[in-house]
Design a protein around this ligand. Sequence first.
Ligand code: SAH
Length: 227
Amino acid sequence: MKPLLFKRDNFERARNAMVEEQVIGRGVKDEGVLQAMRLVPRQLFVEEALYAQAYNDSALPIGEKQTISQPCMVAFMTEALGLTGKEKTLEIGTGSGYQTAILSMLADKVYSIERIPSIASRARKLLDNLMCPNVIVRVGDGTLGWQEESPFDVILAAAYSPEIPPAYINQLAFGGRLVMPVGTEESQGLIRVTKKPRGIEKETLAACRFVKLIGQYGCRESDKKDP
Ligand code: SAH
């Protein structure tokens, strides 16, 4: 596991309790995922007024109507990617950068795309401060993937779309895994796609609830209802 700038803080007990109760308690076993979540200071990824809630069993607002994902969902998605430390990773929806920091410890390189510039720049600064040198954050429409850097061993999207954007399958390496929520505002399934030489294998892992993936091959921003 790659190190990150780890400082002792007053949240260690809350962090360990979060891992025990919300992560292990819900069946996540991957030691790397558990260890990364014991180390990444989640409170820094929300505004100071929310520090005390940072280890709660919930998503929290991060501004611009977006949220930092629920801890157990971050754990579950990361475990589902099956990381070994060697993966070139594409993350769609940097958001707070919390998931990005976890990925940076468990994968080789992380290419992360965020649609909203102010959110991207805050995440970038924080990840720099925490010394995650293997992360690149870019502003853009993540429904197009990141063609120049493809293929990716794993792709993770933290926002839902009615369909899987075609670029994700195209930009996945053979043997690669894509994990993302697919569905509508009311009903989403967390999907894992494995790309094999003879085609793709698709599994639904769990029910979930994410914000919209807004872009050319995702949801429309203005829609009250999904397209
Ligand atoms: N894992 C993040 C989740 C953030 S919420 C965290 O825990 O903080 C999802 C993020 O996806 C939001 O910041 C939103 O702005 C972003 N997003 C939505 N559509 C996108 C798109 N097409 N490309 C890139 N980012 C997108």
